[in-house]
Write a protein that binds this ligand. Structure first.
Ligand SMILES: Cc1ncc(COP(=O)(O)O)c(C=O)c1O
Length: 378
């Protein structure tokens, strides 16, 4: 995969522009790979034609393109007429959460978790019900989930595969989860935007298709933003499993939620219809990187540990038994000039963790790992 450092340093995206040129950024979840040629041609064609007017050609294809992609990749095809387009995964998640709850109602998340989930609940005036997952395996605990619920809990925000741990919840965990969801009549928003980034030997299990009890209770959120590195496209498709959510959404006028731009739609449709070979190469590189990081951590035996993720391109590193346990990402930024995400952003219990994005070249991964161990050993 091409990762020209000069190109990376001149990008205006958050990842490479936030820190100075001596810092290697491995924080926000963008990849460093040059995009798929099919994605580039989709937008190039619009530029060449100067085709910047009302153009809904690709926006109209978003739903069938996603449904086909999910059908071919994950073994269930969401019905087109139960899907809706949004301008980001977070928009879909927030819209459904707000429609299906009242201020003061409880909304569950399982921490550590992608930090905007918590902000979304708080900003909407809902109550965060934080069901903490436990190190080192971060598996789902049905009893803990059940005990945390009260009669005013309405919605669960789920993330499969899970950011930041890279865990794919197993069939057994999903079945336990479904029991409690049914018992308490909850609506599930399942953010599955990492579904395409699984490693060999692991398979994404979509909640909606993995358990009958969840089918009509789950909103599944999909996007090309992670697998194809298209966060700038502002584009998302969601399957509305519950009929009442579909009819609630239909009460809103056409432009209320907005639709993605022609640019975002064009690149997203190109990714889902022609991007598979590029994705395969990206996954091979990411898997090599994951195995390299994991191997180095074992070989160095410095106290640093990392659970081998089944999906994503995120290394969820535990510095508890190292000299950097107090605030690893700050220490590593100050001393090693590498930018990781602080663990505490994902959960109160994770102050000794840091999340490292490894969707980059072998060279950069090696440098990141070298700098971590140099700091740990100094
Ligand atoms: C689990 C998860 N959900 C949502 C998002 C944000 O997606 P979007 O930019 O489409 O809102 C991210 C970004 O990394 C993520 O990891």
């Amino acid at each position: 995969m091409e990762t020209d450092q000069r190109r990376l340093r001149s990008l205006k995206g958050l990842k490479w522009s936030k820190y100075g040129s001596d810092v290697i950024p491995a924080w926000v979840a963008d990849m460093d790979f040059a995009p798929s040629p099919d994605v580039v041609s989709a937008v190039q064609e619009m530029v060449d034609l100067g085709d910047f007017g009302y153009r809904f050609h690709d926006a109209d294809q978003l739903i069938p393109a996603w449904c086909d992609w999910v059908g071919n990749s994950h073994g269930w095809r969401p019905p087109d007429d139960e899907c809706q387009v949004f301008t980001s995964s977070m928009q879909a998640l927030e819209a459904v959460m707000v429609l299906h709850s009242q201020p003061g109602d409880g909304v569950v998340l399982f921490s550590p978790i992608y930090m905007p989930f918590r902000t979304a609940i708080e900003q909407a005036g809902r109550r965060v019900i934080d069901v903490q997952l436990e190190a080192p395996n971060w598996v789902f605990d049905g009893e803990r989930f059940r005990d945390a619920l009260d009669p005013k809990t309405r919605v669960v925000l789920f993330c499969q595969p899970h950011n930041p741990t890279g865990h794919i919840y197993t069939q057994e965990e999903i079945d336990d989860f479904a029991e409690v969801v049914e018992e308490h009549d909850l609506l599930v928003v399942s953010d599955e935007i990492w579904a395409d980034l699984t490693f060999s030997g692991s398979r994404h299990l979509s909640l909606s298709s993995s358990n009958e009890k969840l089918r009509d209770r789950t909103v599944t959120v999909g996007s090309a933003s992670k697998a194809f590195n298209l966060a700038g496209a502002r584009c998302c498709v969601a399957h509305m499993g519950p009929a009442e959510v579909r009819s609630e959404l239909q009460k809103y006028p056409d432009h209320y939620f907005g639709i993605p731009s022609s640019f975002g739609s064009a690149v997203t449709v190109a990714a889902w219809t022609a991007g598979k070979p590029w994705l395969q190469k990206a996954k091979e590189q990411i898997e090599w990187n994951r195995d390299y990081i994991h191997r180095r951590i074992i070989e160095e035996s410095s106290g640093l540990t990392m659970r081998l993720p089944e999906a994503t391109y995120l290394a969820w590193m535990d510095f508890s038994d190292t000299a950097l346990s107090d605030n690893p990402s700050k220490e590593l930024l100050d001393r090693a000039r590498i930018a990781l995400e602080p663990g505490e952003k994902f959960g109160d219990q994770c102050g000794s963790f840091a999340r490292m994005n490894f969707a980059t070249s072998m060279d950069i991964v090696e440098t990141l790992v070298d700098r971590i161990f140099e700091t740990l050993n100094s």
